[in-house]
Write a protein that binds this ligand. Structure first.
Ligand code: ADP
Ligand code: ZN
Ligand code: ZN
Length: 660
């Protein structure tokens, strides 16, 4: 009697044996319905005919084997197996979550009866390429059918998208499929439109989370059966089956939204690289501000660097970036005189201003506004973070603690400030200063919900809004010709944050702001308010010199032993029971120290956001100079964690974490 091994979406890293009289090797990757406990579950066949792990009299038979759709291919399963191994996440959960929700149901697939017709789009002709673009395209085309990673490095408007488009055209005409990943959902419709205009007659599907379940499955199936020559989509599209894959493009490869922060904590960029390697296809990573890991790989020759040095449209210039020195912290106002004045001028000229408040990726550190002392950790290169509740400074890197000093250790100033706190008052100040102005606040919700975004877009474009305030940037790629001023506030927290990546993020955000402001009007101006105008990051930023920034930042990373010179993983745990949690973390650290071989184990520390939804969160960092050692350690560590976890603690391992 043939038996099969089935993957289910469970928090257990194992497969389950069943009897399946009808199953053959060709059914590997197919969906089944099988009895599980007292009910039934949908699963995927991972193997046929292997000896079962349970005695044969205990084997149950599957209920249904669905053969209505093609199975996941060996290539698809190979990628999912890699993800399960590398990210230490149960294989079943990885496999089932790679299916569109409509195919995870306990019912057979039924296609929708009617679908919305595609919008008519005008045909657009391709511009003649400049020589840098042509070189980039030739380089990739000469390596079709081989794995090579390319970094396409060029500022906004340098013609990267044009390179993607012409490469895709060439490959599609050779019968290949192309996978294009894009970070942001609100950017997708616009990119889709541009692709449709330029790739007339090429079947293209666009995948993102805002689609209805049926529609999503229809598009996924079109990719799987090879009908869709181009698949364009956000993060999870990296798993979309594509039998004739010939090219992968990751646009804005540095974007943090490629990292999933729950469940399978994968980086879509990294998974795309693995996929390209497994499938032996070229992959193109495009950006104006590469992730430092990517830049390092290009510098060390692992990736090939392709540079687009200029803006593609003649005459387009970069906006002016200016630093406004503002002591911050102790000052009673959040907005400096020059910034207020610049906004006033825009109001008089009926132009728009964008106030960007940087609030991401850092916890407050202690700062003396008189002598610029910062609460550095005496044991390592990180800054210590203020924990007001515990009246302590804590290092989130090594776990060291100190009481909060009542005066500056260097100059004796008794008024110490929290760097990175306090931008809450900005909106209030603006409303007081400009009571007549129409002020609009953008939040995460506005930027991620398509309908809310459309309304916002309309009110910006009609000129109804005078001042926009946001903690995130406006979507890239949109033209707002009437925004002539961008003021960035609260950036200092990122210069000296406990998270080693925050400087890199700040640089890329500021370049992005600049890219935007320069698109429409030539008179675009970017003002950056800071207490540290001498900081080397700004010297590189003012001239938008990424390589210079990268050189500085890499030297620092090397000195402090952070990625890309080391590899990290983070044990994250949460519970509403603090005692259980602390006990678990201490035990986890103990086990880790016994197992560690070529791996450094830090002390458990409370997470930057120490309390979320009533749960306390702790984390523990492990680090190694070798990826293999880290992986071997994580594999050995997991059974211990599983064995000692108390009932009320949830934990997960975050490999290559992007938020510390
Ligand atoms: P990026 O993706 O780097 O931001 P795009 O590919 O969107 O740049 O190009 C920016 C603008 O320049 C677009 O309007 C595009 O149509 C135009 N463009 C790109 N390449 C050329 C070219 N070789 N000649 C003329 N215009 C170009
Ligand atoms: Zn001081
Ligand atoms: Zn430390």
């Amino acid at each position: 009697m043939p038996t099969v091994k089935i993957a289910f979406d469970l928090p257990l890293n194992r497969l389950f044996d069943y009897e399946a009289p009808q199953a053959t090797e060709d059914d590997i990757g197919r969906r089944v319905l099988a009895p599980f406990g007292t009910g039934e579950k949908t699963g995927v066949i991972m193997g046929v005919g292997h000896p079962p792990e349970v005695p044969s009299h205990q084997l149950r038979a599957i209920s249904t084997l669905w053969r209505d759709l093609p199975p996941l291919s060996h290539d698809d399963l190979r990628l999912l197996r890699f993800c399960s191994d590398y990210y230490h996440h149960p294989l079943g959960a990885v496999v089932l979550n790679a299916l569109p929700p409509a195919l995870r149901k306990k019912t057979p697939w039924s296609p929708p009866r009617r679908r919305k017709p595609l919008p008519e789009v005008p045909v657009e002709a391709a511009p003649a390429l400049n020589s840098a673009q042509q070189e980039a395209i030739d380089a990739v085309l000469s390596r079709v059918g081989h794995f090579d990673a390319y970094l396409l490095f060029g500022i906004t408007g340098s013609g990267k998208t044009e390179v993607y488009l012409q490469l895709i055209r060439a490959l599609v005409s050779q019968g290949f499929q192309a996978l294009i990943l894009t970070p942001e959902i609100n950017l997708t419709p616009q990119l889709e439109m541009r692709f449709r205009q330029r790739l007339h007659g090429v079947p293209l599907v666009c995948m993102h989370s805002a689609l209805g379940e049926k529609e999503r499955a229809v598009r996924w199936l079109a990719a799987q059966n090879g009908e869709a020559a181009v698949v364009l989509g956000t993060r999870s599209t990296v798993f979309c089956p594509m039998p004739k894959l010939g090219l992968i493009v990751v646009d804005e490869e540095h974007d943090t939204s490629y990292k999933q922060q729950e469940g399978l904590r994968y980086s879509a960029r990294d998974v795309a690289l693995v996929r390209a390697q497994q499938r032996q296809v070229p992959i193109l990573l495009g950006t104006a501000t590469p992730a430092l890991e990517t830049w390092w790989n290009a510098e060390s020759g692992k990736y090939r660097l392709l540079t687009l040095p200029q803006r593609a449209i003649a005459g387009a210039t970069l906006p002016r970036m200016q630093l406004i020195e503002f002591p911050g912290g102790g000052a009673s106002r959040e907005i400096s005189g020059p910034v207020t004045e610049a906004i006033r001028q825009r109001l008089e000229r009926h132009e728009q201003s964008l106030i960007f408040i940087n609030r991401r990726g850092f916890a407050p550190v202690l700062f003396c506004s008189q002598c610029h002392w910062l609460s550095g950790c005496p044991h390592c290169a990180a800054k210590m973070v203020v924990h007001l509740r515990a009246k302590q400074l804590r290092c989130h890197h090594c776990g060291g603690t100190q009481p909060i000093p009542d005066r500056c250790p260097d100059c004796g100033n008794t008024h110490l400030d929290l760097l990175g706190a306090g931008t809450q008052k900005v909106e209030e100040e603006l409303r007081q200063d400009f009571p007549e102005a129409h002020i609009l606040r953008l939040d995460r919700d506005t930027l991620s919900r398509q309908d809310a975004w459309r309304d916002t877009l309309a009110s910006i474009q009609s000129g109804e809004v005078d001042i926009l305030i946001g903690t995130q940037l406006l979507a890239k790629g949109h033209d707002f010709p009437n925004i002539t001023l961008v003021a960035a506030l609260g950036v200092d927290g990122a210069l000296y944050a406990s998270d080693f990546r925050s400087g890199e993020r700040l640089f890329s955000q500021m370049v992005q702001v600049g890219g935007r402001a320069g698109r429409g009007l030539q008179s675009g101006e970017v003002l950056i308010q800071t207490a540290f105008p001498q900081h080397p990051l700004f010297a590189a930023l003012r001239v938008q010199d990424y390589p210079r920034f990268a050189e500085l930042a890499l030297a620092e990373r090397q000195l402090t032993m952070f990625p890309p010179f080391t590899y990290l993983a983070m044990l994250r745990a949460a519970s509403e029971n603090t005692l259980q949690l602390e006990h678990f973390m201490a035990q986890a650290a103990g086990a880790a120290r016994r197992l560690a071989d070529g791996v450094e184990i830090y002390d458990p520390v409370p997470a930057t956001l120490a309390r979320v939804a009533g749960k306390v969160r702790w984390q523990l960092l492990v680090q190694s100079t070798h990826r293999q050692s880290l992986q071997a350690f994580l594999k050995a560590w997991q059974p211990y964690l599983q064995a000692m976890v108390p009932s009320r603690v949830q934990w997960t391992i975050d490999v290559d974490p992007t938020e510390l």
